[in-house]
Ligand binder design. Structure first.
Ligand code: URA
Length: 302
């Protein structure tokens, strides 16, 4: 049984599952201190230089409790600007109704998003995709070059890594829902600016309300900061259960949030620690959902 695997065996299996073994061998790996990661808000995204964070991590934060330990969630600040439409506050129905609601949000976002309708430098909007009634919703930062070309989230190298992580959980990409905080690629792939997040972010809130997953997995600093309404840096908060608080009036329960590293950061930082932490976070998500990771047969190729 999986529970009898040693930590080294689990990490090694995760390496095979997410293809890290090959990457480590190919590059020789690198390391980053927690301080450096937080300064970059968890990133090294899409091979770009470390980005400035949306807001600096607070140095006064207490040490977070680790996985499965309840952590106090901050009150969700009232989103500035556009209120959430009443239709999006209602409980979602069947998968078909959720899909229709998401399509309506996508169309309205394209017409009215204060950020995306004024942004320049992108070619396509990347709204999000996946199962409209998914148990798990992954939230990234913003589209990159490959996503901008395809109009789909996480289809570049970081997307391949995310898919490998999803497969390691025993799931397929189409089993989950994937979205970003920003729906248009920022110029030069820089980090989202606060005003951009304020404009586009409420549409992510509507997506969450439509899907109502059981767990949200935030990928990297900017997604975690927005979803968890926190300034805590990703290295401090990852692996600790947080809560997403729905806006007032929404027919939606609080949703458990597991912050973890961005897959691009996993790609670029090959320490045993990072690999182990991400896998630990994903295992925590599976445990929350009452699932166990798949056990690979002896001798099965990786
Ligand atoms: N990085 C993100 O945060 N989102 C994407 O869709 C792709 C890369």
């Amino acid at each position: 049984m999986n529970d009898r695997l040693t930590v080294a065996e689990v990490l090694s299996r995760f390496d095979r599952e997410v293809g890290l073994e090959e990457t480590v061998r190919a590059t020789g790996g690198s390391s980053a201190t927690a301080a450096a990661v937080d300064a970059a808000s968890g990133p090294v995204v899409r091979g770009a230089p470390a980005r400035a964070s949306v807001a600096p991590a607070s140095s006064a934060e207490p040490s977070p409790q680790r996985i499965h330990a309840p952590a106090p969630a901050p009150a969700r600040p009232v989103p500035e600007g556009r209120p959430i439409p009443a239709a999006s506050l209602r409980a979602p129905g069947s998968p078909g109704e959720r899909a229709a609601r998401l399509a309506e949000i996508e169309a309205r976002h394209a017409e009215t998003c204060p950020h995306c309708t004024t942004a320049t430098g992108h070619t396509r909007l990347v709204f999000g995709e996946g199962a409209p009634d998914a148990d798990i919703l992954f939230v990234g930062e913003s589209p990159g070059e490959a996503e901008d070309r395809a109009g789909r989230p996480f289809v570049g190298p970081a997307g391949e890594k995310l898919e490998e992580m999803i497969r390691a959980m025993g799931l397929r990409r189409e089993d989950v829902y994937i979205a970003n905080v920003l729906k248009s690629r920022p110029p030069e792939d820089r980090s989202p600016m606060p005003d951009e997040v304020a404009g586009c972010g409420p549409f992510l809130v509507e997506q969450i309300l439509a899907v109502q997953p059981r767990v949200i997995v935030t990928l990297g600093g900017p997604a975690t900061k927005f979803v968890c309404a926190t300034e805590t840096g990703i290295t401090r908060i990852r692996g600790t259960w947080q809560r997403w608080l729905p806006p007032a009036g929404a027919e939606c329960p609080e949703i458990a949030v597991m912050p973890t590293y961005h897959p691009a950061y996993v790609l670029h930082t090959y320490t045993m620690q990072v690999r182990g932490e991400v896998w630990s976070d994903l295992r925590g998500v599976l445990a929350k959902l009452g699932r166990t990771p798949p056990v690979r047969a002896e001798g099965q190729g990786g």
